[in-house]
Design a protein around this ligand. Sequence first.
Ligand code: PNS
Length: 158
Amino acid sequence: MTIAIYPGSFDPVTKGHLDIIIRSSKIMDHLIVAVLENPRKVASYNIEKRVEMLKLVTEPYPNVEVDYYKGLLIDYAEQKKIDIIVKGLRAISDFEFEFQMALVNQKLNPAIETLFMMTNSKYSYLSSSIVKEIAALGGDISSLVPPEVHDIIIEIYK
Ligand code: PNS
């Protein structure tokens, strides 16, 4: 049984994240989508909201579980007996930092592999920051986020 984790800040979840969740859940026995703190970013939504949004969008996928963890990804992965870390890659600009994180995690626990999944080209331009910028300026984000979470996302800008 292969258990994978798709970690991220999901601040908020986008259609790009959901695409990676759906595609990776098809090739893993069990997928944990975990909200972790990114120390380089100040979050706009609290952890509870981010988890709530992820639970709403992953409800149709029975082998997907949503969780959160305040600490090191590799510590959580060890606790949950995770085999694989799934990361989405959108562009060359993502690569350098993702490569560094994968190597650090490999150093911390060489038994846990990082696998990169290429974005669907439809979403290669998409990021949580872009969604928030458009929403904050009153733009229409309905093509960028799953419909179940649209209203929760725009709530903070009302
Ligand atoms: O969606 P993001 O912001 O690109 O996700 C980054 C995240 C949360 C996966 C990363 O910051 C992370 O793993 N945070 C947990 C702390 C940790 O393990 N840091 C060491 C990784 S080198």
